[in-house]
Design a protein around this ligand. Structure first.
Ligand code: SF4
Length: 297
């Protein structure tokens, strides 16, 4: 990771309340992300630390070095926390996790406190932790979402410069699914006029289903403040012919409803064409069984 400034921090709190999402709490072990996706919606979080979310998002990474211990303390205090999303504003398995192992420590804490988790990542490094993931799935429940925006390796390199190629991410989906884990694929974000053709969407859905993903969820590109600046910088650099169209489409943060509806229909058609494979899954133990487990020596 040449050219990356790593800043170690002691976090006062790590589990954040979230509203309007299917989960009430989130954890982000890092701030900033080496993957530097041109469309990344989390870039704005750098601005909270007076860093530049356009130019420094991938080169200035904050590491919450005490995160696992803080999570344990917070879970001991707030027993109502029963479902946490890991990696909503950074990739918890970006390369630096290979050294720091912060995410692994957090997952161990969730396992020990019987807290259900949803992980979202673009990185094959997640397979390193299959042992903990299986334990967490068995004890509390777990979903891993692997993000894949396109199956075109050259295009992926253009929009997600340092993420593993799509074929490698599909291998990751397969390994997780064959380990008995519930794996989803996030076909996200879908970029109008870049990754939104029916055959492009179909390619991701087909590969994801074939690898064992049980659910494919998607979202159209959102462009708010810092992300808008970063994305238009990308268009100027690589796709100048699309600038006028994007300016018309994105007068605000979201694509028009008609665009979103078209994408919904394309993803639905692809899913109907490629049903999921029935693989054996690890299911969380019922609560009564868990109390017996807790009571045994
Ligand atoms: S992997 Fe996720 S958090 Fe990292 S830059 Fe890409 S979209 Fe952002």
């Amino acid at each position: 990771m040449r050219g990356v400034e790593v800043i170690e921090q002691h976090a006062a709190s790590v589990i954040n309340p979230v509203s309007g999402m299917p989960f009430a709490w989130s954890i982000n072990p890092y701030r900033g992300c080496y993957h530097q996706c041109r469309f990344c919606y989390a870039r704005r979080t750098h601005a909270f630390l007076e860093a530049d979310g356009v130019t420094q998002w991938g080169s200035k990474i904050y590491v919450k070095i005490n995160a696992a211990a803080v999570v344990r303390a917070e879970l001991a205090r707030k027993r109502s926390i029963d479902h946490v999303a890991v990696g909503t504003a950074t990739d918890p398995y970006q390369p630096i996790e290979g050294t720091y192992r912060i995410t692994r420590g957090i997952l161990e804490a969730l396992r020990d406190h019987h807290v259900r988790a949803g992980i979202i990542t673009r990185s094959p490094l997640v397979v390193r932790d299959i042992d903990i993931l299986q334990q967490l799935a068995r004890i509390a429940g777990l979903t891993v979402s692997v993000s894949i925006a396109t199956m075109d390796a050259a295009l992926a390199r253009e929009i997600e410069p340092t993420v593993a190629p799509p074929a490698q991410r599909i291998r990751t989906v397969r390994m997780l699914a064959e380990a008995g884990l519930t794996v989803h694929v996030a076909l996200a974000p879908i970029l109008p006029q870049i990754t939104d053709a029916p055959e492009q969407i179909d390619a991701v859905v087909r590969a994801a289903r074939d690898a064992g993903a049980t659910r494919i969820w998607h979202d159209a590109l959102n462009l708010h403040d810092v992300t808008r600046d970063a994305f238009f910088a990308y268009l100027r650099e690589r796709r100048p012919e699309l600038i006028a169209g994007y300016a018309r489409l994105y007068k605000g943060t979201y694509a028009p409803r008609a665009v979103a509806r078209t994408l919904d229909a394309r993803v639905a058609a692809a899913q109907a064409a490629h049903p999921s494979r029935a693989l054996p899954r690890i299911h969380a133990a019922p609560i009564t069984q868990l109390s017996l487990l807790a009571a045994s020596p």
